[in-house]
Design a protein around this ligand. Structure first.
Ligand code: NMX
Ligand code: MLT
Length: 471
């Protein structure tokens, strides 16, 4: 008893120290944890009251502080550059890229526990980091791996719901159907129906989010094996971590592919709150729709070609280049192909971004992975050539705000190298990864009692009249 009390006191002290360092603008909200406290749920329970107080204070003391001006361009232009959401798990800098709870991707690669020394981060470690703001120990990550395994049983009706669709249905349609079928087991919905008080909303949200994160790899690999491998299902291997087991269930056991999957899931997990999938989940969740409903909605946004489907589009586009010009394409031929794509009114998939203004660090770390493990792969070499050819052309167009590659420009050639060549499936991998970021933030949304999202909209007439008066 005394031991548990002192662990709780220590952990309170640690989070207070961490907050102080944030308010000083110094070190990030981060600390290496002791190996004793392995239970994520109790860590969160301990942290939540402090974070609720922090938000209350922020609102009371600074609620009227202005965060910039809204322009007509922003209203018409998809709210680009408009700060309007609270999202705790990650933050995107236009030049530097994503930071997960303050940590850049290279920092995560250095600090988060790996399967073997020097290896890629384990996604369970990232989940711990996103939820708590703290770098977990290897023991904590192992405990979380086991917890996720224990939650991973998928009920039979989910497979039946997916099997009711033609195997030719897009994998993302099958995936969303599977997630909707998982929703039948929502703990949040059950608890809400029984009259759960608002102060406790986060608890069944935690249950649903953790169950969702644990189950989506099983559902996703079922879909892959159904569509691509004649329905030969591979059971989970409980000795493996989250990323490795996912790769195993898909049918890929090469140790390098296991490392790739760990890296893939980690870097695709979260990209602050304004991207289409994360924002959708946050919006739908704000109506107190449970995590399954919120995540299924997010997946429908991810399935769009300007968002997550771009990874499919990139590999198909690269393969179309090879089909037309061969693997040993010259720089001039490649330039012509890019112009041909643009002149036919299409975008160059994998390039550009709504926020980023430099090369996406998620692209860079995948490039580093390729340089280390598959430098001679012909499609990787083509991707490298595109990195030289595409940005100057997009810049020449004069309207593209970011001519640099994003995460999707690279992921397909890595998966393809290890045999996972079915591009139509790629967005499902993105979706599995994003359950980690979205699930984590949904828990904090409910813990912080964030309200219904309901921005104001106006008509063109309203804008015209407003601007006339303002002139
Ligand atoms: N190829 C051709 N044109 C482009 C590209 C591109 N890669 N990127 C932007 N543009 C165009 C864009 O269509 C727009 O044209 P118009 O004014 O004629 O409508 C103009 O440039 C200005 O767009 P931006 O303000 O630079 O970009 P925006 O924030 O509107 O859109 C994307 C961002 C990501 C939707 C856009 O860059 C794009 O369509 N990229 C290709 C698709 C892609 O890779 N999506 C994945 C993004 C990452 N993810 O995983 O979600
Ligand atoms: C993402 O990972 O969600 C994409 O890069 C899109 C975005 O951030 O807007």
């Amino acid at each position: 008893m005394v031991f548990f009390r002192s662990v709780a006191v220590l952990s309170k002290l640690r989070s207070r120290l961490a907050q102080q360092s944030t308010s000083l603008g110094a070190a990030r909200w981060l600390q290496i944890q002791s190996a004793s406290d392995l239970d994520l749920h109790s860590q969160l329970k301990d942290m939540i009251p402090e974070q609720q107080e922090r938000l209350k204070k922020l609102k009371a003391e600074n609620g009227k502080v202005q965060l910039g001006n809204i322009t007509v361009d922003m209203v018409i232009g998809g709210m680009r550059g408009m700060t309007g959401l609270l999202w705790e798990t990650s933050l995107l800098d236009p030049d530097e890229g994503i930071r997960f709870r303050g940590l850049s991707i290279p920092e995560c690669q250095k600090l988060l526990p790996a399967a073997s020394p020097g290896g890629e981060p384990l996604p369970e470690g990232l989940l711990w980091l996103l939820l708590t703001g703290k770098v977990p120990s290897k023991e904590q990550v192992d405990a979380l791996s086991k917890e996720l395994q224990s939650r991973s049983k998928v009920p039979d009706h989910v497979y039946k719901a997916i099997n009711a669709l033609p195997a030719t249905a897009h994998p993302m349609t099958q995936f969303t159907t599977g997630v909707m079928a998982l929703q039948v087991e929502s703990e949040f919905q059950k608890a809400y129906d029984k009259g759960l008080s608002k102060a406790k909303f986060w608890e069944p949200t935690y249950e649903d989010s953790m169950n969702l994160i644990a189950r989506v790899p099983v559902v996703a690999s079922f879909i892959y094996r159904r569509i691509c491998k004649e329905g030969q299902i591979i059971p989970a291997d409980s000795s493996l971590d989250y990323g490795a087991n996912f790769s195993h269930m898909l049918g890929y056991d090469d140790p390098k592919m296991l490392e790739l999957m760990r890296l893939y899931v980690t870097i695709h997990s979260d990209h602050e709150g304004g991207n289409v999938s994360a924002h959708t989940a946050h919006l739908v969740g704000s109506a107190l729709s449970d995590p399954y409903l919120s995540f299924a909605a997010a997946l429908n946004g991810l399935a769009g070609p300007l968002h997550g489907l771009a990874n499919q589009e990139v590999l198909l586009w690269i393969k179309s280049v090879v089909k037309e010009c061969g693997e040993n394409i010259t720089t001039e031929q490649l330039k012509d192909y890019v112009w041909k794509t643009l002149n036919s009114g299409k975008v160059v998939p994998g390039y550009g971004h709504g926020v980023l203004r430099k090369t996406d660090p998620r692209y860079t770390c995948q490039r580093e992975f390729a340089l280390k493990h598959l430098p001679a792969d012909p499609l990787f070499q083509l991707v490298s050539k595109l990195y030289e050819v595409v940005p100057p052309i997009l810049t020449q167009l004069g309207k593209v705000k970011n001519p640099w590659p994003n995460v999707d420009a690279h992921s397909g050639v890595l998966l393809n190298h290890f045999g996972l060549s079915e591009a139509r499936y790629y967005t499902v991998l993105f979706g599995v990864s994003r359950s980690i970021g979205i699930g984590s933030q949904l828990i904090w949304d409910r813990a912080l009692g964030l309200p219904l999202e309901r921005p104001k909209s106006v008509t063109m007439e309203w804008l015209e009249n407003y601007c006339k008066k303002a002139a």
